[in-house]
Design a protein around this ligand. Structure first.
Ligand SMILES: [Mg+2]
Length: 410
């Protein structure tokens, strides 16, 4: 098999909503297709990927550097011994000439290519991605013998145990909504949470200001008025809590919330540790850390508690499956369970990774009319869970509005 072309399009996905840190009106995302010289079942064999949300499209880095680097590689550098595309070997090619550290937007560009390569590999093997991941890298439950992500897939396969099941997995998910908008109707937030419950979600996350305790108390009350128990309501501060803000802490302690998300700036581990000292309930963070080194520093210095807190690193924004797997293994060595990993928005691709590695839950943008919202057509959320379907690869072909976007690519 030979890769013959890779195309990226940076798509507008903006909407008039804000969190405590940024507005989304100018937001973009990358759609990517890897084309090959093969067909499978009469259809062209392609690998597809769609961006995670919130960090803008990756077109410049992809077109100027990473796509040319992959296209220039010898096919033998990209395949395993069976002729399947090998994402770990491909990422090694992508990272040639790249200095350590820094990270910036680079991990998202590499992670997007990694996601499309995994879609391609799973289709070559005729497997849903979650099963391909398990067979290629081993289930996290086998971590005592799990391979280093530096090894190639064929080496890793030898570690896969018979414990890996082929039953369609059921995963937990939660709805992320409740952004700030210009809608002055105080019922709007309540209605949005109620819509999530009607869609089948049982845990819902809303945005808070992190700086206006009175406003945040009102928003929590509005969300709870939809009929959601406080223990199933999460709140996201997007890094805006200020050290010493006792009023803010009191609002957060008033109800037994599911978790408080990203209370402090992503890289200020001392500030996070101070927050954790002051707030006894569950805390979740990590969506803006893109490397195993950054994640390690979070676990070393952020004051998080493995028994109750959650880690939200984003798979596709973090160089892809290999780096994410390394984070899982590092965290496990520091006393964390894979169940503590609640992957940040990566949508259909991330849902497969959650299923493959037995992670705790999956973040969902609940509105299926959005390109990045909901799941595969006809796959409902029931009681806060869904069954990951058996379509080969990620199954983008079974979400019609997203496929319409891919169909615009050359
Ligand atoms: Mg967040």
């Amino acid at each position: 098999m030979k890769i013959v072309a890779i195309h990226e399009a940076t798509l507008p996905i903006g909407s008039a909503m804000r969190n405590a840190s940024i507005a989304f009106d100018q937001m973009t995302a990358s759609a990517l297709v890897i084309r090959t010289d093969q067909t499978i079942g009469g259809e062209a064999l392609v690998g597809l990927a769609f961006d995670s949300i919130g960090r803008y499209g990756k077109g410049g880095l992809l077109r100027e550097r990473f796509i040319p680097r992959l296209m220039a590689a010898a096919p033998s550098d990209l395949l395993d011994e069976h002729g399947h595309i090998d994402p770990a070997r491909c990422v090694a090619v992508l990272m040639r000439g790249e200095k350590q550290g820094g990270h910036g937007e680079r991990p998202g560009a590499v992670g997007l290519l990694d996601a499309a390569l995994w879609d391609l590999r799973a289709k070559q093997m005729g497997l849903p991605l979650w099963q391909c991941l398990r067979e290629s890298t081993g289930h996290m439950g086998t971590s005592a013998t799990a391979p280093s992500t530096a090894t190639t897939i064929e080496t890793a396969r030898a570690h896969t145990t018979a414990a890996a099941t082929t039953a369609p997995p059921r995963i937990a998910t939660y709805a992320s909504c409740g952004h700030f908008t210009d809608n002055p109707n105080p019922q709007a937030l309540r209605d949005e949470v109620a819509q999530c419950l009607a869609w089948g979600y049982t845990t819902v996350k809303i945005k808070l200001s992190g700086r206006d305790a009175k406003l945040d108390a009102q928003r929590i009350a509005s969300a709870l008025s939809a009929g959601l128990p406080a223990s199933h309501l999460a709140v996201d501060l997007n890094g805006q809590w200020q050290a010493g803000d006792a009023d803010g802490l009191a609002v957060l302690a008033e109800h037994p919330l599911a978790w408080v998300e990203e209370p402090t700036p992503a890289l200020d581990y001392a500030a996070l540790a101070a927050f954790c000292q002051s707030h006894s309930g569950p805390v979740a963070t990590g969506e803006n850390l893109f490397s195993v080194d950054d994640a390690t520093n979070l676990l070393r210095y952020g004051g998080l508690r493995p028994q109750q807190d959650r880690l939200q690193m984003d798979i596709s924004l973090s160089y892809g499956v290999g780096e994410y797997r390394a984070m899982l293994e590092r965290a496990q060595a520091m006393g964390w369970s894979p169940q503590a990993f609640w992957a940040h928005a990566g949508h259909l691709f991330a849902a497969h990774v959650v299923a493959a590695f037995g992670l705790g839950s999956h973040e969902s943008a609940p509105d299926p009319s959005r390109l990045y919202g909901g799941f595969w057509d006809g796959v409902p959320v029931v009681d806060g869970h869904l069954h990951v379907p058996a379509h080969p690869g990620v199954g983008f072909e079974h979400k019609a509005n997203l496929m319409a976007a891919f169909d615009q690519l050359p």
